[in-house]
Design a protein around this ligand. Sequence first.
Ligand code: NI
Length: 207
Amino acid sequence: MVDNKPPAGNRPTKLIAAVFTGIAALLVVALLAVLPRLLESSGQGPAIGGPFRLIDQTGKTVTDADYRGKLMLVYFGYTFCPDVCPTTLGAMAQAYDQLSPAQRDQVVPIFITVDPERDTVDQMASYVANFSPALVGLTGSPDEVKPVLQEYRVYAAKAEGNGPNYSVDHSSIIYLMDKNGKFSTHFDGNASPPQIAEGVKKLLAAG
Ligand code: NI
């Protein structure tokens, strides 16, 4: 005959097993809670971008939250830049023009200066007007701009030796941020207007 009754010693074993299962489940829940942060810091989900509080070309203080609900195309440079910045901002403005009116309503192109000392509000206003009436130009005090450069991992270094006519070496990347202000993708500074427009349309189509 087969005895189906569990041996007497089995009950505590079951209890211990249940406790361990419970602990394991808690650990899984805890891990899932911190996983996004772990992924971000490990570089798998690059933490690019973040909050800012700057002044636009009309003199109004704006924050990143003001653009929530829209995609942000963000480029960093300076108005005295001889070649790279005008070319890239021109491409960004053309890409914006290639969107439909409904798409344009959901996108804001933003130029943030890496040279706040020379790029005053008035200087930014006359500069961004060269490219697009939709282009937002953001500046601020050096102390306000610096953390934004760090958040976006922008490289910018003043080239010494030319007095007030100094140039600024800087990285040239267009960042595409989603409607929640989170980094989605980037374009090289020499990307074509259609390439940029396609990327924007793709993200808009994704929701
Ligand atoms: Ni430049």
